[in-house]
Design a protein. Structure first.
Length: 244
């Protein structure tokens, strides 16, 4: 399995577990609020908000919860002012790591994130130190049990997808950021179930880790994902299947 697919599936599985604790809703509410604050409350004119609303609906977020998050972003309701910060650095074995944070206290956020990097044998670097190794893309993962490659490719490419890749048990549909929602909605309209769909950072090359380095990398990703100030984490680490 390709490294990115592996992390995508780990995040999806962990997301289902986090949903029981409400952590998914918390992250989605933050994203909706910030998207509305930055681009306005009309999803038809705000692609980031449109994508966040789509993700919230996929997790069955109640309509009133969603609407309150939008209104907090547009200033119609009082709410917390989240700051968007991206940290870059290196994990165990020198694997590249990008941490996206939405926080109301950047001093707390950087202290905790720096602690996690150090505890797992990594370090935070300067802005831009690893982001050049990634491309921001839309990613839609579809199980091979749902559809054959030709039919998926026809639907996805016609809707504007850049590529459809065979990744073992799944297909990965890659899109430009601006085409992500159109492709996702076309796939859904064709009654093709998705394993996950998100805008993410796709590594240009993978960094293979084994043994203790791979174990520390999994621990680091878990700790970052559990941090309340962390919204998303990306890495080019490729770890053995048994650890995934």
């Amino acid at each position: 399995m390709a490294g990115h697919s592996k992390w995508a599936n780990i995040k999806h599985k962990k997301g289902r577990e986090d949903a029981k604790r409400g952590k998914v809703f918390t992250k989605l509410i933050k994203e909706i609020t910030v998207a509305a604050r930055m681009g306005g409350g009309d999803p038809s004119a705000n692609p980031r908000l449109r994508s966040a609303i789509s993700a919230a609906r996929a997790e069955n977020m109640p309509k009133d919860t969603l609407e309150r998050a939008i209104k907090r972003g547009t200033g119609e309701l009082e709410g917390v002012n989240y700051e968007e910060i991206v940290y870059e650095g290196y994990g165990p074995g020198g694997a590249a790591v990008i941490v996206e944070s939405l926080t109301d206290n950047k001093n707390r956020a950087i202290a905790e994130i720096r602690h996690i990097f150090a505890k797992c044998g990594g370090n935070i670097g300067a802005n831009g130190c690893v982001s050049w190794m990634f491309d921001k893309k839309g990613l839609i993962v579809v199980s091979k049990e749902s559809i054959d490659e030709e039919a998926l490719m026809e639907t996805a490419i016609e809707a504007g997808a850049e590529d459809v890749k065979d990744e073992g048990d799944t297909f990965e549909v890659l899109t430009a950021m601006e085409d992500f929602i159109d492709v996702k909605e076309a796939i859904e309209a064709a009654s093709i179930p998705t394993v996950m769909a998100e805008i993410t950072m796709i590594p240009q090359n993978m960094s293979e880790l084994e043994g203790k380095e791979a174990e520390r990398m999994v621990k680091m990703m878990d700790m970052l994902d559990d941090c309340d100030d962390v919204q998303d984490v990306h890495t080019n680490a490729d770890i053995p299947d048994d650890l995934a």
